[in-house]
Design a protein around this ligand. Sequence first.
Ligand code: ATR
Length: 303
Amino acid sequence: MSFVPYLLSVHSPMNDQPPAIYGIIGNPLTHTLSPLMHNAAFKALKVNAIYKPFPLEEEELNLFIEDLKEADNPIFGLNVTIPYKEKILPMMDGANAFAEKVGAVNTIVINRQRKLFGYNTDGPGFLAHIKEVGFSPEGKRIAILGAGGTTRAILSALALFDERPESIKIYNRTYSKAKELLEDLSCRLDMSLVEVVPTIDDLNIELADCLINTTSVGLKPTDECLVDPEMLHKSLFVYDVIYNPQETALIKCAKEKGAQTANGLGMLFYQGTLSLQHWANTQLDDKIKDVMRRALEQGAKVQ
Ligand code: ATR
């Protein structure tokens, strides 16, 4: 089966058609910046398309996906976010090898035959961002806080990356969830470098090269740093996937210790550009990427 997506180029503003719809499904979607980024790109690309949030309750998901297969449905592409990235995979008509390995889909392409094809751009988005900020995981000791969907994507990307880290340790509040995640990924990917540890202390942050926070701790401005700030040090690269607030307590403490830091806005940007490339079935030029990045950065400032 071929999965040629409905090219953005056919959504010409000249053709008097109603706009093609793209969007994001998830719950909650109150703070999503994806519409800002993609609508800015559509405008710059001069295509007759809009990107909307579709907050969905769990019981609405099946019907929403079934409706996508109807010939007159105007939706041609979707992002998927919490809590549906894993649930959606078996609902696809097909998925690329990376999404199958991750076991999660964050991008759906709907082609002219209304077939649904799933991709995962979170992992590649993370790798592209750390490359941009100059961090190579090769030979590094990596510590991860959290074992949700974001850790799933990051672990899969690191596992498939040619330049292998020395070790990856994961700590999660609910130990069993981290164990389950590792067991599940181990069925499809080489997870021999990865170890789930029972306490934060076992992460050995003082000896690590990189600390990644994928938990929601830090989202509230009153949230304290999950780790003991004394463990942070200047040869650590600290990556917090939270970008709102732009500076979590973890990032603040890390900066105070002289550590290199980055937040997840770059990961969001890269996953978004990769999603749009799947929908458009073409590479985006740098001008469009700049428009997307600026829209995101402005949106993050306003929030
Ligand atoms: P995502 O897809 O963004 O990774 P998620 O799947 O909801 O989001 O995962 C959220 C992560 O934050 C989980 O690892 C969760 O830990 P549990 O598995 O124990 O629920 C973690 N988390 C949320 N609140 C936390 C808290 N107060 N302290 C520590 N970890 C927390």
